[in-house]
Each structure stands twice: as C-alpha cells, then as structure tokens.
Design a protein around this ligand. Sequence first.
Ligand code: HEM
Ligand code: HEM
Ligand SMILES: [Fe+2]
Length: 444
Amino acid sequence: MKYKSQQIAWWFFALSGVLLLLQITYGFIMAFAHLGYDGLHDLIPFNAATATHKNLLVVWILSGFMGAAYFIIPDEAEHELISVPLAKLQFWSLAIVGVVAVIGFHLNWWEGRKFLEIPRPLDYLVVVNVLLFLYIIIMTLWKGKKRTTTSLVLTMGLLFAALLYLPGMIWFDNQTMDSFFRWWVVHLWVEGVWELIMGGILAYLLIKLTGVDREVIEKWLYVIVGLTFISGVLGTGHHYYYIGTPKYWLLIGGIFSAMEPLAFLGMALFALAMYRKGEKRHPNQMALYWTLGTAIISFVGAGLLGVAHTLPAVNMYTHGTFVTAMHGHMAFWGAYGMLVLGMITYAMPLMTGRKLYTAPGASYAFWLSNIGMVGMTTAFAAAGVTQVYLERKVGMDFIDTQQAMEVHFLVLIAAAALFTTGIVMFVVNFFKYGRPTDEALERS
Ligand code: HEM
Ligand code: HEM
Ligand SMILES: [Fe+2]
C-alpha cells in the first residue's frame, strides 16, 4: 500500500463486518419465526426484523464498496485522497444514519416499501452522505496522475448508484406508479450499476492477483459493461409483469431479462481466463479464492437462479415466494457479499503488514460460508417450491401453507449455522489483523 489515506478503508471494512453479523442475527430471528418460534414478536415484530435484515444488507455492502473505493482510487489515480478528515466525517455520518434507521424500524418508523423502508427524512441524510463520498472520490481522481478504465468504471458505477437512489424518493399516491419506480432503484442497482462497481473491483483484483496486463483485463471490462446494459436496463421489465403496467412488458421483460445471465457468465469466464493466463502466483491465495468465487457464485445465484423465475409464465406462480428468497440470497452473497469479503482479504495484509491469509481460519471462513450458503439456498428452494405448489396450484390457505413449510426452516437454520461459523471466523480474522500501520506503508 502506497498512500496513507488508503488506511481510512479499514473503518468501512470494520463497519461492514459488524453489520453483516447483525444482519445474520435478524436472519435467524426470522428463520425461527417461520419455524413457529416467534418468542421475540412483541419486541421485534416480523416486519421490523425483515426490514432490518435487508437494510443492514444494503448498508454493509455499500460500506464495503466505499471502503474498496477509498482503497482503490488513490492506488489507481496515484494520489492521496483529497481529505481524510472529510472521509472520516463521511464514515461517521454513514454509521449514524444506519443506526438511527435500524432503531427506527423497531419503533415502527419505516415506509413499508421492500428494500426502501428507510423513512424520507433519513433519505435526505443518505443523499448528503453519498454526495460527500462522491466528492472525495471524484476530486481525488481529478487531481490524480492517472485515470484508468478500472477506476473510471468503478466511479461511474458509484455515481449512477447515487443518482438511481432518487427515483425511490418521489412521492406517488398510485400503487402501480410507486412500484414502477421502486424497481428503478432496486433492479437497476443490482442488475445494472452495481455490476459496474463489481466489474471495476473485480478488474482491480484480477490485475493485482494474476499479473495479467491491464490492457487485456480492461478490454474485457468493456464487454461486460456492454452486456450489462444491453440486458439489464430493459430487463427491469421482469418486475412489471402483473402490477398494472401495459402488457408489452411481458414480452420486453421476458426477452431482455433472459439475456442477463450473459453478463454474469461473461464475468465468470473473464475471471477464470485471467486466472489461467496469469503467470504470477500471488501469495495471497485466499483473495484469489474470493475473487474467482465471486465470479462463479454470482453466475449461479444471479444468472441461473434468476433466469429460473424470470419468464412471465413462471413468475406468475413464483412471485414473492421463497423462490425469490432462494435467488435473492445466493445472488447477493455471490455477487456483492463475496466481492466485499474478497476486497477486504486482499487489502488487510497490505494495510497492516501482517499475513493472516495463511491462517487456517481464513480458508475455513471461505469454505464454511460458501457450503452453508449452498445449503441455505437449497432449503429456500425446497420451501419455495412447496409454497408455490400448495398455495398457488392446489389453492391451500396462506397460513396452512406456512405451516406445511415449517420443516424446511430446520434445514435452513442448520445450513445458516454453518454459514455463520464461516462469517464469524472471517470477522475474527479481520480484527486479529489489527489496525493499519505506518510501517506497512513504508515497506511498499
Ligand atoms: C447480482 C445480481 C442480482 C441480485 C443481487 C438479485 C437480487 C434479487 C432480489 C433481492 C430480489 C427480490 C426483490 C424484491 O422483491 O424487492 C430479486 C427479484 C428477482 N430477480 Fe434478481 N437479483 C440479481 C440478478 C438477477 C438476474 C440476472 C435475473 C434474471 C435473469 C433476476 C431475476 C429476478 C426476478 C425475475 C425477480 C422477481 C421475483 C419475484 O417476482 O418475486 N435477478 N432479485
Ligand atoms: C445466515 C443467516 C441468514 C438467515 C437465517 C436468513 C434468513 C432469511 C429469511 C428467513 C428471509 C425471509 C424473510 C421474509 O420472509 O420476509 C430472508 C430474506 C432475505 N435475506 Fe436473509 N438470511 C441470512 C443471511 C443473509 C445473507 C448473508 C444475505 C445476503 C448476502 C441475505 C439476504 C437476504 C435477502 C436479499 C432477503 C430478501 C429475499 C426476498 O426478496 O425474498 N440473508 N433471510
Ligand atoms: Fe430484477
């Protein structure tokens, strides 16, 4: 690590790890509730738990992206961040908004729109926070010596992600209109601009870990960005099937979203091809595992499990069931969760000068979390198929169906325990590294 200001990334990574553990806690509360044990109901009703679970997810991923940007941009631009005190201020305001939002959910202060539950006044604080973040990143790039494709793709992703937060803040009296624009945030984030952020971070990691020429890696990046936009933008239509929008969305959504796995397949092939081509064997093998893992698991979770319910004839039955949760977990984990953990695994030895990636805990963390997540996805799939069949084919009542599904949540909890063991090992390893040191800075 060359630039002292990169050390600020540690705070964002630490916040990420802590919020991930908290997110998991709420996952267990819900899994037990589905199993029939809802003892905490008066304290943490299900709506508060599910809003907290999903919003913590978004915040820990965003915190990871911000940490990644503060680490990558100085390195790529060959310039210190323009202001560390401002970045610190941005960090604390992010943490405070997150904590206030979570407390608010428990006091019934929320908006009730899935993933966008944060109440409007807090939305404005989010906007100010993200503007500050973007100012620091863009000015650093501006003043820097170099503007590489990798850093530009990453920055464009972050900028568009911020802009796409705004459609979720418009007020509509009409349910269909509100739903229509909610997807501009939720879908165009994960199947659009976040993929740019993912492409940027993956390219950076592959350049560092495989030693393949930047030109080769960045050429692929263009292909991936192209595929993402060709399929992802009109792919939004897979959320417009039966919500009161015109019928042509059935066709548009079906066709374009069916092409979306290509972008993820592109990313997986890209990462594997660079790995095979690379002659350098980077000592931090765990960072390589997470990087290749991101490319592969995201193709399975987002690409394959996404396309499984994307056609109108299928989605008519599966919409809003545990089939969605099956896909949601593996897609988020594979694409964005693993990416953030990969970035942390790469950056920590460079920030602290210690090499804990050889510790057994580092590799157990990878395998246990991934095997656990495959188990969780399978449990959700079994629950989802049962739900679709009983409720929507046979016509069983909602509550009777919920009871028929309970057994699948036993399997979910067992697999989630495995997953959680891996994550706890990861976070323990992270804190064992200690804080960034100036000696690590001088050595490179
Ligand atoms: C990394 C990328 C992706 C992530 C993180 C992701 C995550 C999610 C999440 C969390 C939901 C639930 C949203 C909600 O109800 O508010 C969802 C829904 C959906 N996703 Fe994805 N997804 C990704 C990519 C894809 C791809 C590539 C496809 C299709 C090829 C796809 C198809 C769908 C469909 C059809 C739904 C609607 C399910 C329903 O009707 O309940 N997703 N996705
Ligand atoms: C390890 C413990 C976890 C458990 C037990 C768990 C459990 C659950 C449950 C039961 C739900 C359904 C909530 C409902 O019925 O409304 C849910 C939703 C969700 N969880 Fe988790 N979760 C865990 C970890 C994670 C992780 C690590 C991620 C992301 C990387 C994640 C992402 C999501 C998403 C995106 C949804 C919404 C799914 C949908 O749209 O249907 N969860 N979780
Ligand atoms: Fe989507």
